[in-house]
Design a protein around this ligand. Sequence first.
Ligand SMILES: NC(=O)c1ccc[n+]([C@@H]2O[C@H](COP(=O)([O-])OP(=O)(O)OC[C@H]3O[C@@H](n4cnc5c(N)ncnc54)[C@H](OP(=O)(O)O)[C@@H]3O)[C@@H](O)[C@H]2O)c1
Length: 242
Amino acid sequence: MHSLANKRILVTGASSAIGAQIARDIIDQGGKVLGTYRTTPARQLEQFSTEDSFESVCWDALNAPDFLELSSPFDGWVHCVGTIHPQPIKYMNEIGNERLFQVNYFSATHMATALVSQNLLKPGASVVFISSVSSHYPYRGGATYAASKAALETFAKALALELSAKKIRVNTLVCGLVNTPIYQASVAAHSPAEVQRMEEKYPLGIGEPSAVSMPCIFLLSDNSRWMTGSQLLLDGGLMLNA
Ligand SMILES: NC(=O)c1ccc[n+]([C@@H]2O[C@H](COP(=O)([O-])OP(=O)(O)OC[C@H]3O[C@@H](n4cnc5c(N)ncnc54)[C@H](OP(=O)(O)O)[C@@H]3O)[C@@H](O)[C@H]2O)c1
């Protein structure tokens, strides 16, 4: 339906729950994936061990992406790297502030500069960033996370503008809660009643990784060829209650 046949896509953070699902669906649509992970090739990457269409490489976003030096150009790039570190502003420290910004925002800007300066995005390529509804509706303890995602969204629009001459498109998926290890960690930190209240705000329930992956496949495909600089809201109806 949204064919990615013969497209080679870079998925940064392919070891994330959402990134692994996106990598899986790219391969299922006929594409090839170069996926990055930071820690040991995680559980999520094991599913790809027999795939010819999948290669992985270790990359820590706090370092320069050296592996690109040997790469051939990509038809797409999906950036799934991200982290949270809930912290009230009163107690904010370096980990909750600078490091979070490094991972959530500068990882994308450094990678974008490396890809563009080395001509590693083909004309007509599609770039997708993963943001969060908290960039528009921040939550207590999430100041830096929300701000880093807001910065990412603005950067995506500037990148879309600068790359439009090459018909390279840049779009952002703005997601509500998705059932991943990040979400499970926050569930563990709240009482069952608080979790129930949080989940009840989602008319369609909280998302699964595939609910993010399928729109991402659409954005990577030529079917979205007239979309750039846009923000696609994936929130199960959360904003209907805002
Ligand atoms: N889950 C949600 O509710 C939700 C909602 C809105 C937006 N998002 C966004 O969706 C994206 C994926 O989230 P997820 O829930 O799938 O998260 P996740 O499973 O915790 O994955 C986080 C990913 O970021 C990578 N990463 C973290 N620090 C890194 C660093 N310093 N250098 C390189 N890679 C690093 C991790 O690599 P390793 O695992 O190899 O360490 C992993 O691939 C994130 O950008 C997140 O902010 C998630």
